[in-house]
Design a protein around this ligand. Structure first.
Ligand code: URP
Ligand code: ZN
Ligand code: ZN
Ligand code: ZN
Length: 508
């Protein structure tokens, strides 16, 4: 295609394709069941100029208003994906889905906002931020940023403050794995945790012991295990459990909230559950791949097939996914992400003969809402209100943008999906909307289908057709001091006064 905005047939671009986007500023959704995290009710929803202006039964409007019939269907907040990597440079490659193609696919699957990880450039946060502002220019869906911290000095510390106070970032991620690239040591993690606490920013961790993973990789190569199964064997659950426990204990020592990304194992999940039981502020995020897939695929004799499933931490043996589902259903884990990070077959082939060179990552942005519905709601494990909580509302609360996002309420952004529980979906790389050429959920059929997606008040997905506009997505600033910080000052004061209580001591 001569114009990059026209690189997919489903796109109605605003600069080059000359097809006007179909924008309806006033929409009425009639006859459905409105579902929020705490309540569901039969009601209509009326939208004007991108905002929900009424939620009540029997709303009457004039003939000029677009009306969508939602009889027998659920009207819910659009999904928010807390964990994506679009256009990320990683392991000598760049992820094939960028802010436009990844977001377009997400909209087709009922997700209306995502939070992507800004990667610093040579450790510089400001350079990383600038690069990501550029990458995100063609966004067709609302997005926010987390930021990774990969080195420590005075400039990084000052830049963290600028990011929080001026750039709308309220979370920072520390990689305890990827030795030699993103990995940080405990000293840096401690500095970062202290800084996060002072700024009211949420510390996030990729929890695997990177030094031990390095050792595990050497062990596999020495044994002659060079294929994708070597990836899983080199970084077993115990290394995820160790790093999760360590990060939790250090966050507890600093007394600041912690968010553990991509919880893939029972080992990590149990550390989170134990900490939460003791009252510690810890959030656990399983991702769709970890919930619904298992590691058998990594032993497939076809390298190309097996390599699709290589991600870190690895997809685990069968019992882990079902345990993570149970933990999600009972509230031990709080929300679902994807860690969407796609590489095509050519990129994955970089690791033929050495699993350490397979770019890590799987797809999920487009499938998350359907797979969570199918696996958790259609199966009977959770209610529809819980579905809204774990796919949208809890994310909005944690990142402090609720109820603007994560709710179908008066005044919320008009990010809405209409899901038909009696319809069905099927996943295939032939019909998905990514740029990547494979899909780790290929052939999956399930119950429930997102029939309509409304993002920022625009109908972007309807009748299996996408109508997205590059540049229509807004950057969502996320303010610091979410609910996770409530009461921390009181806890600290109590701790300090206990230290300062005079010790009656004799010296004779
Ligand atoms: O394999 C993965 N997870 N790729 C993305 C980077 C990360 O660790 O989140
Ligand atoms: Zn990670
Ligand atoms: Zn092959
Ligand atoms: Zn990730």
């Amino acid at each position: 295609a001569s114009n990059e905005f026209c690189d997919a047939t489903f796109v109605y671009g605003d600069s080059g394709c000359n097809i006007p986007p179909s924008v309806s500023s006033k929409i009425l959704i009639k006859g459905g069941t409105v579902v929020n995290a705490h309540h569901k009710e039969a009601a209509d929803v009326y939208i004007e100029d991108g905002i929900i202006v009424a939620v009540q039964p029997n709303i009457k409007v004039g003939d000029d208003i677009r009306v969508i019939d939602a009889t027998g269907k659920f009207i819910m907040p659009g999904g928010i994906d807390p964990h994506t990597h679009l256009a990320m440079e990683f392991m000598g490659s760049e992820t094939i889905d960028d802010f436009f193609s990844g977001q377009a696919a997400a909209l087709a699957g009922g997700t209306t906002m995502h939070i992507d990880f800004v990667i610093p450039v040579n450790g510089s946060l400001s350079a990383g931020y600038k690069a990501y502002v550029e990458k995100a220019k063609r966004s067709c869906m609302d997005y926010g940023f987390h930021m990774a911290i990969t080195k420590w000095d005075e400039t990084v510390s000052e830049d963290m403050e600028i990011m929080v106070k001026e750039k709308g970032i309220n979370s920072f991620k520390f990689f305890l794995a990827y030795k030699g690239s993103f990995m940080v040591n405990d000293e840096l993690l401690m500095e970062g945790l202290k800084k996060c606490k002072s700024l009211g920013a949420l510390a996030m961790v990729h929890a695997e012991n990177g030094d031990a993973v390095f050792e595990g990789q050497k062990r596999m190569i020495e044994l002659g295990i060079t294929g994708p199964e070597g990836h899983a064997l080199s970084r077993p659950p115990v290394l995820e459990g160790e790093a999760t426990a360590r990060a939790i204990r250090l966050a507890g020592f600093v007394n600041t909230p912690l968010y553990v990304v991509h919880v893939m194992s029972i080992d990590a999940m149990e550390e989170i559950a134990r900490a939460r039981k003791s009252g510690q502020r810890v959030i656990g995020e399983p991702v769709v791949s970890g919930l619904v897939l298992n590691d058998s695929v990594l032993w497939d004799p076809d390298f190309h097939f097996a390599a699709r499933y290589v991600m870190s931490p690895p997809i685990r043996a069968p019992g882990h996914g079902t345990a993570l589902q149970g933990a999600l259903a009972t509230g031990l884990l709080q929300l679902v992400g994807t860690d969407h990070c796609t590489f095509n077959s050519t990129q994955k082939a970089l690791g033929i003969g050495d699993f350490r060179k397979i770019p890590n990552g799987v797809n999920g942005m487009e499938e998350r809402m359907h797979l969570v519905w199918d696996t958790m709601v259609a199966s009977g494990q959770i209610s529809v209100t819980d579905y809204v909580r774990i796919t949208s509302t809890e994310c909005a609360r944690i990142f402090n943008i609720y109820p603007r996002k994560g709710a179908v309420l008066l005044g919320s952004d008009a990010d809405i999906i209409i899901l038909n529980p009696n319809s069905s979906f099927e996943i295939s790389s032939k019909s998905h909307h990514y740029r990547t050429d494979t899909n780790v959920y290929e052939g999956w059929r399930g119950k429930g289908k997102v029939e309509v997606t409304i993002a920022g008040g625009r109908i972007v997905w309807e009748n299996d057709e996408l109508k997205v506009v590059p540049g229509a997505g807004k950057y969502i600033e996320m303010p610091p001091f979410s609910y996770l910080f409530d009461g921390i000052d009181k806890e600290d004061a109590k701790y300090l006064s206990s230290l300062r209580a005079p010790v009656k001591r004799s010296t004779t």
